[in-house]
Design a protein around this ligand. Structure first.
Ligand code: PLP
Length: 341
């Protein structure tokens, strides 16, 4: 398979159209068999549920070329399960996780020429999504839906080296108690855009959201979960029903415990405690884990001992081990690596 002539190492994180995408239509109470198509555009009614009432959810994962030349994805079964949960919460028909896996596999295989080579640092980002496509004007679920998967090659996340992030404690809330924070819905992102644009204007990289009920506990950022490391090397992640269950974070907790022999804890983390941690990182598919150097709470600065120039030592070990597993350099736990070809 001849790869596309792309400058992999200098790709950013942007949309780059690839050859094939997958689509399955839901109509009259059932999903059709699905197919790969070439047209990157979608034509839907002006009154479609997704356009009027944001009835849509998505997933995000990556395909990698391993050291021995296989093309793999990382724990895609968990993305399939999470999309099932998102569909139920948004009153959309569930696209079964087995079919999700099949659709992801077919879409990546059909775009093999865009899967970046091993060692380039780039990956093929995979975006499954599902939305209400038929007209709804009274507030109710749509009757018809589309499940789709497209791919786009993306560059190395830490281009030009690792730079620890500076984040601000946001005055806005990301997710309400008993709301939709735990599902991967576009609506959670639409309402976070104002906060992130404002944070960037003020010179911050990200927002730290606190729990909306009491504003005393740490939740997450707009699109990544927190991991903290205590001064005695325990790995701690906040627990809350309104945090999106990151697959990367769940995997890093296993890596910390089983590969690095560290103690791990998932529990409520009071904002008051943050100043006592040794390291802080943000985890998600895009970066795996990016180090946080500083948290600013209305002018009050917390600078982690790991500092503003490098990853903390535990963060680095977590990063190296999980990326080693994904790239096939370190043996993966059973079922974590899904081979496409
Ligand atoms: C997708 C997402 C994450 C990261 O989840 P991964 O499965 O690790 O990619 C974290 N927080 C939010 C709000 C997200 O939407």
């Amino acid at each position: 398979m001849e790869k596309k002539n792309i400058d992999w190492a200098n790709l950013g994180f942007g949309y780059h159209e690839t050859d094939k995408r997958y689509v399955s239509y839901y109509k009259d109470g059932a999903w059709d068999e699905g197919a790969l198509v070439t047209d990157a555009s979608i034509t839907i009614n002006e009154c479609a549920g997704v356009l009027q009432y944001a009835q849509t959810c998505f997933e995000g994962l990556k395909a990698y070329t391993t050291e021995d030349g296989r093309i793999v994805t990382f724990r895609p079964d968990l993305n399939g399960e999470r999309m099932e949960d998102s569909c139920r919460r948004l009153e959309m028909p569930v696209f079964p996780k087995e079919r999700f896996l099949d659709a992801v596999t077919k879409t990546v295989a059909a775009n093999e020429a865009y899967v970046p080579p091993y060692g380039s640092g780039a990956t093929l980002y995979i975006r499954p999504y599902l939305f209400g496509s038929s007209a709804v004007i009274g507030v109710k679920p749509a009757q018809e839906y589309q499940f789709r998967v497209f791919t786009t090659p993306v560059g190395p996340y830490f281009k030009g080296g690792v730079k620890p992030l500076t984040i601000k404690v946001s005055d806005l809330d990301r997710a309400a108690p008993n709301g939709t924070g735990h599902i991967k819905a576009g609506l959670n992102y639409a309402m976070s855009l104002h906060a992130i644009v404002t944070a960037h204007e003020e010179g911050f990289d990200e927002n730290m959201y606190l729990d909306a009920g009491t504003r005393t506990y740490v939740e997450e950022t707009g699109g990544a979960n927190f991991l903290f490391v205590t001064k005695d090397n325990k790995v701690v992640t906040p627990k809350s029903d309104s945090i999106l269950p990151s697959i990367t974070r769940r995997s890093l907790m296993v890596v910390a415990k089983d590969y690095l022999g560290l103690e791990v804890e998932e529990r409520p983390v009071a904002f008051e405690e943050v100043k006592d941690f040794a390291e802080c990182g943000l985890c998600g598919t895009a970066a795996v884990i990016s180090p946080v150097g500083k948290v600013v709470d209305h002018g009050k600065e917390i600078v982690f001992p790991s500092g503003m120039s490098e990853m903390g030592s535990v963060t680095k070990k977590l990063y190296d081990t999980l990326t080693g597993i994904q790239m096939g350099r370190i043996e993966a736990p059973e079922g974590w690596i899904h081979v496409i070809k």
